[in-house]
Every structure is written in structure tokens, then in C-alpha cells.
Design a protein around this ligand. Structure first.
Ligand SMILES: [Zn+2]
Length: 289
């Protein structure tokens, strides 16, 4: 595995070239209030649960061999996620695998602490490895803020379409780069005893830069990555979908606090495809400028 060797070299280089781990974390402030607000955790479908903040989605997948936690919000999301897992009757310490949809501070601010507290293994898209190890400093855009989250050493680097299995559940990682080099989505089947649902946890490819793609020297393939991601995301087949931000899939319109279990609340596929189309239109307009 050549990538493993490259990866070790990368870690060593980062360790010795400025001791990233000793640098102060400068998490951007003035974030939307909704990112730090609490919300009621709930069962989405089968073994998939929402345990995030009001807008920063975190997903818990409960298997017969422990749990998978996807995304961990800001640094201050940690107590909210822990409380949400507990409220649902699950054990935070049973978290066995951590996953991530994109290496931005609003989706992994609490990741390093969770990894330390639970001893969980972190699996990420291989292309986001440098961003994680540098605490976001290597990101083509967010790097301007320096280290924006506690640097983390991932345990396993995922390739496109690689499967992640824990107990009775297998997810497939879908490489959807552009927003970050290693942005990705996950798809898996969940069974609630009545029905099997194919669930997509989508990372929507929004654009975060004002400058031209050609000016992004730290990510030369960015424009082409967006093209490939739009093509791939238009072809996905699924029954239910959610996303990295609650607002991206209108969670709070689809479900009100106290509502009964209703997987079909997340079956609006037309909204998913419209989201992709709208983002692609923004992209096409930008490259014409
Ligand atoms: Zn982002």
C-alpha cells in the first residue's frame, strides 16, 4: 500500500516542520447561533440517529458491535453530542468508528477530544488527511485562519467506494471532493423491521471562495473535482437523505420536536436533486466569469 507509506512520510514531515501539535487552535468565531444551539436527538430511520446541534449534523449509527459517529460539530458541540447520545439511551463510550464528511472546523471541532475520550478509530477520505493532520492549516481557503481545530491523526484512509463495516452495518464512502479535497458522502442500508431504507448522508458541494478556481494554488484540481462531484451526485440512488448541515435538508421543517418515528419525512429526493442542480448552476456561473 503505497498510500500508507506516503501518509507516514506526510505525518513525519508535518511533525518535524513546525510542530503543528503545539500550535494554538484558532476556531473562527461569530458563527451562526444555530451551530451551537441544542436540538432534540431522534431516530431518523432504522439504526440511524440524529445527535448533532441545531444545525451542525452529527449522526450515530448503532450496530450490534458498537456505534459509528459521523461528524462532531464545533469544539463546543462536544457536551451536546454526548448528552444527545445519552438521551437516546446509548453509550458514548461504545463509539467504535468516527467518520467525517469534510475537514472543516464546523464538522470536526470536537473530533480530537472524542477520539481521546473513547479511543475510537477515525476513518477519513484519504484526500483530507493533510487537512486533519495540520488542524485545517493546509486547507486552500480556511488555512488563512491558521489552525482551526485540534490536529488529528486519522487511523485509516478511505478510498472512493471503500466499505466500512461495523457489526451488522456496512457503509460505502463516496468521494465527493471540491468543498474540501476529501469531502465525501456515505450510503448504507438500514432495516427497521418493517422496511429496508437506502440512506444517503450527503456532503453538498457548496463553493466557499470568491476568487477564481485558477487562483487556488493549493488545490490545482479543484474545478475538475467539482465537475466530477456534480456528475457523481446526480447519479446516486437512495430512499432517504440527510446532509452535513440540518439547514441543507430542512430538518427543522421536516421534523418538529416530539414527533413520532417517521423515516419518510426524509424521503424528499426532489429536494436533494434540486440542491445539486442549484449548486451546479452557481458553479457554472462562476467558471464563466
Ligand atoms: Zn465546509
Amino acid at each position: 500500500m503505497i498510500s500508507a507509506v506516503k501518509f507516514i512520510v506526510l505525518i513525519a514531515a508535518l511533525f518535524f516542520s513546525g510542530s503543528i501539535f503545539a500550535q494554538k487552535v484558532n476556531e473562527p468565531k461569530n458563527n451562526p447561533k444555530e451551530w451551537s444551539d441544542k436540538t432534540e436527538p431522534f431516530r431518523i430511520a432504522g439504526n440511524l440517529y440524529y445527535v448533532g446541534t441545531y444545525d451542525l449534523a452529527s449522526y450515530l449509527i448503532v450496530t450490534n458491535k458498537g456505534n459509528i459517529l459521523i461528524n462532531t460539530g464545533l469544539a463546543n458541540s462536544l457536551p451536546i453530542i454526548k448528552e444527545n447520545i445519552k438521551k437516546l439511551g446509548f453509550d458514548y463510550k461504545e463509539t467504535k468508528i468516527l467518520l467525517l464528511t469534510q475537514a472543516h472546523f464546523d464538522h470536526l471541532g470536537a473530533m480530537a477530544d472524542i477520539k481521546t475520550e473513547t479511543g475510537t478509530k477515525l476513518y477519513i477520505d484519504e484526500k483530507d488527511a493533510a487537512a486533519l493532520i495540520s488542524g485545517g492549516k493546509s486547507d486552500y481557503e480556511m488555512g488563512k485562519y491558521g489552525v482551526t481545530f485540534k490536529p488529528i491523526k486519522p487511523d485509516h484512509l478511505l478510498k472512493n467506494n471503500e466499505k466500512i463495516t461495523l457489526g451488522n452495518t456496512t457503509l460505502t464512502m463516496l468521494h465527493h471532493p471540491g468543498h474540501t479535497k476529501g469531502s465525501c458522502s456515505f450510503i448504507f442500508n438500514t432495516n427497521d423491521g418493517k422496511k429496508i431504507y437506502r440512506v444517503l448522508i450527503a456532503n453538498l458541494p457548496s463553493i466557499i471562495i470568491d476568487r477564481k478556481f485558477s487562483a487556488v494554488k493549493d488545490y490545482p484540481g479543484i474545478q475538475n473535482d467539482y465537475v466530477k462531484t456534480f456528475e457523481a451526485m446526480k447519479k446516486i440512488d437512495f430512499d432517504l437523505w440527510v446532509a452535513s448541515h440540518a439547514s441543507q435538508f430542512n430538518l427543522h421543517e421536516k421534523r418538529k420536536p416530539g414527533a413520532a418515528y417517521n423515516p419518510m419525512a426524509f424521503s424528499d429526493k426532489a429536494a436533494y436533486f434540486k440542491n445539486i442542480k442549484d449548486l451546479e448552476n452557481i458553479f457554472l456561473k462562476k467558471i464563466k466569469q
